[in-house]
Design a protein around this ligand. Structure first.
Ligand code: PGA
Length: 265
């Protein structure tokens, strides 16, 4: 696992955006795995900025041949619900760059048959050729996607029940008095692990313990993100605060500062 420590969330997000942009420029038909929540907002903002800047300068960051699959969605929320992840993606990325809507996928929160719909989501990822680059956040409890602690490390897209901790962390996205759904559809840990490259972003002291457990702790279903230790290409972008509990932080900084030029972001 490569750990990139930057002074703040903005710097980490800019580096992560460069990696996504490089992926798209090298392979315009890339399949991207995308995440929601507060963390990837600056990354998406930077991609939008690069898209706009490229357009005026004649070398656009072109998403029109790309395909995307989002990690998760709330059961019971449709695309018009402001807290749904389809709505989030439309507002923060899809509607602001030139993604072809029909090539963007978010699990169907209104599926009549959740199990069938989850199987179809897995099939669609496979038919698209698999995910080239997966963007991830991490929950304070070490979840990736909505794979809460004790999720099978081999799991596939399925329904999950959120922990109360996650429901209360996400309450801020819902209007006052509105219930946060208990159930979600999420790609499984096994689904995520099949992406050819995973980039995980985490910022702020609230993520420091989860980051330390993920990077330096034992691999355990209690910290689903720790399975990324087994991924051949996982890059973690964090800020100083999120790095504050890492034992080997100075080594990760040294590695980054001494990257050969061809390996830089
Ligand atoms: P956040 O969520 O980006 O809103 O902190 C991350 C997550 O729960 O995976």
């Amino acid at each position: 696992m490569e750990v990139v420590i930057q002074p703040d969330a903005r710097a980490g997000s800019v580096l992560a955006a460069r990696l996504v942009a490089k992926q798209i420029r090298n392979k315009p038909s890339s399949v991207l795995g995308l995440a929601t929540g507060s963390t990837p907002l600056a990354l998406y903002g930077e991609l939008v900025r690069m898209f706009e800047e490229g357009r005026t300068e004649g070398h656009p960051l072109d998403f029109s041949h790309a395909t995307s699959f989002n990690l998760d969605e709330y059961v019971g929320l449709g695309p018009e619900h402001p807290a749904s992840y389809r709505y989030f993606m439309q507002k923060n990325l899809f509607g602001r760059v030139n993604f072809k809507l029909e090539r963007t996928h978010v699990p169907d929160g209104l599926a009549a048959d959740v199990e069938v719909s989850c199987g179809q989501y897995e099939d669609a990822i496979r038919e698209a050729g698999g995910i080239d680059l997966q963007v991830l956040g991490i929950g304070g409890d070490g979840h990736i996607g909505f794979n809460e602690p004790t999720s099978s490390l081999a799991s596939r897209t399925r329904i999950k029940t959120l922990t109360e901790e996650t429901r209360s962390a996400n309450r801020r996205f819902f209007s006052e008095g509105e219930e946060v759904p208990r159930h979600v559809i999420t790609m499984g840990v096994g689904t995520i692990m099949e992406a050819r490259c995973c980039i995980l972003l985490a910022f702020g002291a609230g993520k420091a313990q989860a980051v330390a457990d993920m990077v330096e702790g034992p691999i355990s279903a209690m910290v689903p993100a720790s399975i990324l230790q087994m991924h051949p290409r996982a890059v973690v972008f964090i800020d100083d605060a999120a790095a504050s509990r890492l034992k080997r932080a100075s080594y990760y900084r040294f590695v980054f500062e001494n990257k050969p030029s061809w390996q830089r972001y």
